[in-house]
Design a protein around this ligand. Structure first.
Ligand code: C2O
Ligand code: CU
Ligand code: CU
Length: 572
């Protein structure tokens, strides 16, 4: 294996120039839109490079998944079918939604089961994503290629003169790297030797000679990308993770950390017939930023470390009809949260710990002095609280910190106001490593509105999947003290199912009309869950048309008491 790698490196060096000259046309994920989305996760194969196919994890296709278009204000229903041999989860990164729909480590989808979360989209227009989040398995499942983009549209963004033709002048660009072994299989390691842009090696794309919009997602396991162009041209950042910035921010370099998204405008007007490369200038990254280290051996050594490399070769061609040819001067007017309204400042601390047991090295990183435990809750956040989270890092390494449920505003990074490109809505913030003996301190402010749930927590964690899997994660629940349980409504009165037998839709009637379903599992006779319905909208009935005929059980959890009652039905 080592020998093969060395041989491969020699061959690559000898034939390097020829190989680099062969670009592959960048794959563009399919799109799904509307309010009902069917996603089937499965083990599959993809032709990543000549030779053996690569075993991958795909959603509806061979690799990665479709881009989902959501409209702000609409309620979206997702049917997520897990056809992997493993359990997994699908987390809607950046979406504001009930914890029980969030797809974190507590919303496990067993193999063979369909999970049906739904929520009203309240997020601003921007680029979000979905990805697996099963505890200790996130790195492995993301490495397979499971994930996808979410593009939210809203009225403000739609009214702006911005490129909006998907795959033409509005182009998704998902950044990852993989270690591909000599039999063309992905190796589950924090850093790969090969850049994959939309799962394409040495990607190229033809773009029109006008303003183009690139939606950049850092979907890497660990690596940060110091984005720039080969001709050092200026590009314009128009979104932070969770929405438009007030105005485009003109830059020539920008570091995108794991989990983060930016949308950029690039003006190619008048440049038909020319070429330019989108690159990672990672030789300029500090030693304690992921991808800026210079490991020569050991499990973190990789061909891209502290190097500059191509992300996407752009061939600029003819203009389209009705092109956008100028960069707008303003975008929106964000109303950010005010520290004066904060009810509490929560102080979190990140440390390098001496706890050993890491898969790839002796150092584990911990938040609040403990590794993640599924049953340990760090915080109870009262519903509607506005809070400042102050994160002090004593780690030498930089960590992209992500929180579920909310988009936040950065207050300060080591005492300084956020840079312009981060002065909007964010859900990942880079916590720099300490400098000398001085800890890094980052503060953000967020409002925890709409969704309380005493049972299902939201996560906060480092978005480097290796660190997350190794325990650099904590959790909080949002609780609503105003709705005390003043009357325990006993479910023992039960509910009835009709029609029974049923073949299409099954309806539930509670004997006590105050009962509400918090969760329904449909379980077959051998105890396997086949359908998972968080907070089901029972007036529509339960769609059982996809089940094969036989006997099933409905396990219904009551909203208030969390009591579980089981009833049998027959699928015709
Ligand atoms: Cu994108 Cu909890 O993660
Ligand atoms: Cu998330
Ligand atoms: Cu980390």
């Amino acid at each position: 294996m080592k020998k093969n790698k060395i041989l491969l490196c020699c061959l690559l060096t000898i034939f390097g120039i020829q190989l680099n000259a062969q670009y592959n046309n960048m794959w563009i994920p399919d799109t799904l839109s509307g309010t009902n989305f069917n996603l089937t996760i499965k083990d599959t194969f993809a032709q990543i490079r000549p030779g053996n196919q690569t075993i991958t994890g795909g959603i509806n296709g061979k690799f990665w998944g479709p881009t989902l278009f959501f409209n702000k204000g609409e309620t979206v229903h997702l049917n997520v079918k897990n056809k992997l041999n493993d359990s997994t989860t699908i987390h809607w990164h950046g979406m504001h939604l009930p914890a029980v729909m969030d797809g974190g480590p507590h919303q496990v989808i067993p193999s063979g089961t369909t999970w049906q979360p739904y929520w009203k989209v309240t997020n601003n227009a921007a680029t979000y994503w979905y990805h697996p989040h099963l505890h200790e398995m996130t790195m492995e499942h993301i490495s397979k290629g499971i994930g996808g983009l979410i593009i939210v549209r809203d009225n403000i963004e739609s009214a702006l003169p911005l490129p909006r033709k998907y795959g033409v002048d509005d182009i998704p660009v998902v950044l990852t790297d993989r270690d591909i072994n000599s039999s063309n299989q992905f190796v589950v390691v924090p850093y790969g030797d090969s850049m994959l842009t939309n799962m394409t090696l040495r990607a190229q794309y033809s773009v029109p000679a006008q303003v183009i919009r690139l939606r950049l997602l850092n979907a890497a396991i660990e690596r940060s990308f110091n984005i720039g162009f080969s001709d050092n041209r200026t590009f314009y950042i128009i979104t932070s993770d969770g929405g438009l910035l007030n105005a485009p921010v003109a830059l020539t370099k920008y570091i995108l950390h794991a989990g983060e998204r930016i949308e950029i405008l690039v003006n190619c007007t008048g440049q038909s017939g020319t070429k330019v490369d989108l690159k990672a200038y990672n030789s300029q990254l500090g030693n304690f930023i992921a991808g800026g280290e210079n490991f020569t051996n050991g499990p973190f050594a990789n061909a891209l470390g502290k190097k500059d490399f191509n992300i996407l070769h752009l061939n600029i061609g003819a203009q389209t009809s009705s092109p956008i040819t100028s960069i707008p001067s303003t975008l929106t007017a964000n109303v950010l949260l005010s520290s004066a309204n904060a009810a509490i400042t929560r102080k979190l601390v990140i440390n390098d710990s001496a706890i050993s047991g890491g898969q790839f090295g002796p150092n584990l990183f911990v938040i609040n002095h403990h590794l993640f435990k599924l049953n340990y809750n760090d915080y109870n956040v009262p519903l509607n609280n506005t809070e400042i989270w102050e994160i002090t890092s004593n780690s030498v390494f930089g960590h992209p910190f992500h929180i579920h449920d909310v988009e936040f505003n950065i207050i300060s990074v080591n005492g300084a106001s956020p840079v312009a490109a981060q002065a909007g809505w964010k859900d990942v913030v880079f916590i720099p490593g300490k400098t000398g003996n001085t800890s890094a301190v980052v503060k953000f402010i967020a409002k925890f509105d709409d969704f309380a749930d005493p049972l299902h927590p939201f996560m906060f964690h480092c978005h480097i999947s290796l660190h997350e899997d190794e325990g650099m994660m904590g959790q909080f629940i949002v609780t609503d003290n105003s709705s005390k349980i003043n009357q325990i409504i006993n479910l023992s009165n039960g509910f009835s199912l009709y029609p029974n037998p049923a073949n299409n839709r099954l309806y539930i009637k509670f004997n006590n009309l105050n009962n509400k379903a918090y969760y329904i599992n449909v379980v077959n006779t051998v105890g396997k869950t086949v359908l998972m319905l968080p907070k089901p909208e029972l007036h529509n009935g339960i769609d059982i048309s996809g089940l094969s005929s036989g006997v099933y059980f409905i396990q219904l959890t009551d909203e208030k008491t969390k009591q579980v009652i089981t009833q049998k039905f027959i699928k015709e």
